[in-house]
Design a protein. Sequence first.
Length: 156
Amino acid sequence: MPFSKSLVIIGHAPSPNTQRMVRGILDGANNYTNLSVQTHFIPALDAVSSDVLNADGVILFTPENLGYMSGALKEFFDRHYYSCLNKTDGLASAIIIRAGSDGTGTKRALKSILTGLRWKLVQEPLICRGSFEPAFISQCEALGASMSAGLEMGIM
């Protein structure tokens, strides 16, 4: 059966732990017993508008840097916001923030951008706070699986 849906993860994962978290998202999405959702990660600096325009769902992943999203993810939106505006209304989306402190500035900024794009957040942003914990990986897996399942079932 060919893939009929596309889930893209756009993010910035500069450290081994953030890379493990992205792998967790992918594992959760791909290990969900579906055959119809193709999932892949695109580094924010490599992502282009068509990656979003052709997606059925997007997961944004970023570490918190100085109380804000990574410069790489911000740069993605700087480059592609207007080419996605009014063309991706209602796009199913989720946010994962790896925050050394509280993540609220990053959450606020991303929710503001997604409101402007009229993307639909399918759950409250996942903020993995404080020192790295193995539980972050399972939380990422669960989010990836739920996005994949929702797309496959057509509820997102």
